[in-house]
Unconditional design. Sequence first.
Length: 278
Amino acid sequence: MPINATPIGGPAAWTRSTLRERDWLHPIDQPLTGAQPEFHIPALTLLAKRAKAALEEGPGLVVIRGWPVEGWSEEQIDLLCYTFGSLIGTQRAQKTGLVTTGANQPRRGMDNQGLAFHTDRGGPPGPPHLVGLLCLRAAVRGGESLLVSGHAVHDRLLDERPDLLPELYEDFRFGAGTVSDFDRVYPVFRRHAGRVRVQYNRYWIERGQEAAQKPLSPSAVAALDAFDEVLADQDMVLRLLLRPGDLLLVNNDVVLHGRTAFTEDPRARRRLARIWLD
């Protein structure tokens, strides 16, 4: 498939050495809640405006630091995620996902092992535009969030492997299962309305192609391998150890995320809340 062989560039095509902390870290510098908690909507609205600018016109990620969540109930966490999320986007019609991870969790990604770089697949109608993780309790050791700019990966491949880049503009099947109205079939890179959307999950691509009995071609495997080689370069990776009260938001169309393995106290497990926004 012919592609527009020009770099994406811009603030979202960052690497660890070019990204400035002030572009993504936003400490809360004024009270946002009362004792109930009752949210101060004007203050939340200003904070949401700054977050949206970073997500849509900046690096595609933001950490809002200092939410006073210690001792909050599940209902209060849900209310915070819904209230603030509604100022940034449209929340998916599902309850906020309270994620308590640990060694005994059977679901992939919910245990204490490392998690490879990916964008979230989501459910119908497809991948969410924004992904949020609110840290309620950190692990004893490890559990760093790993972030990579998909736009920077694209431009690196354009420079180093332009012969393979067109393969990543072709469709891949993301996951096993039956074909449905929201079948997870889309390219890794897709240009739309003047922007480049990135979707990637090597594990689900391989599972999906196998389930569809459509083995990856040698050139497709080479392109995915080249993508992974760029991800392995540590200068591409921003590593963040989220603190309790940190809300990480990423543009799921631009930024890939992963996680390092971790050790936790079994009496006080690592606990996050996840939100999906469109």
